[in-house]
Design a protein around this ligand. Sequence first.
Ligand code: NAD
Length: 284
Amino acid sequence: MAEARIIDGRALAKSVKDSLAQRVIKLQAEAIPVRLDAVLVGGDQGAHLYAKNQAKACSEVGIEYKLHELPETATHKDVTAIISGLNANSAVTAIMVHMPLPKAVDADAIQTMIAVDKDVEGVNPANIGNIVFGRRSLVPCTALAVMEMIESTGVDIRGKQAVCVGASTIVGKPVAVLLMQAEATVISTNEYTSHQETLTRNADILVTAAGVPNLVTADLVKEGAVVIDVGINRVVGEDGRKRTVGDVDFDGVSSVAGYISPVPGGVGPMTVAMLLRNTVQAAN
Ligand code: NAD
């Protein structure tokens, strides 16, 4: 059986970034600022690593990046004060808040506070809601990344059976809605779905965003399917070392699928590229 073609998230992200760099140069020539301000509260290692990568990615395309760090002891009021200031500052064209936030801070309220036209992660309910209406808005970056990766295969989405495994507000649900907008027939599953395997085996397009390693094995995948793996899971390998895997058994599924995205090197780098694209869109 033929091996699936790999959807290379790093290569796709590079080509997005190259074209964004050109757009940023043009905006700067017109004296239009392109600046992303990120808020990070507390010492979460993952968030700090993400912030570091963001800073690097922004500098690669010429976007100004400013990180606002607050201690773990910061109150809800402290964070709202920062967001209010950024909302009001016309030099700031994009805002994002790193998760997780400490318990004392109401994350939903903070996300709702971010000005809709600066909300480059698409976490404000107004932006998420706009997806349902098909209106132009700032779409959650990971969902955008998934769509770009499916489109990169050249497979026509319209009329296809699509299954989205996992239905979180920020990943699974927006992906399902975007696939509906593209006129696929969409099934969304969650941890309580019974006989999930009968659904996935019929999927022409299979997106997994559950956060469960090895959830999707070769016997659950239709031959020739497009498989996009959003999951990021840290597991201990047979050699005792920690490594990052997705939700899909990559080696096994590669022998059945038509196209497959790897972890790492798949949705992750494209999500960062989509954050940059949203940042440039917000500046526009
Ligand atoms: P979440 O925990 O908010 O939601 C998980 C969803 O998966 C829920 O709807 C849950 O019901 C469902 N689920 C859990 N077990 C399941 C099972 N056995 N079968 C079917 N559905 C199941 O998670 P999230 O924030 O959406 O993230 C999901 C995964 O994607 C995580 O591994 C996360 O790290 C990763 N992620 C990756 C990126 C990226 O850029 N690549 C971005 C965001 C999240």
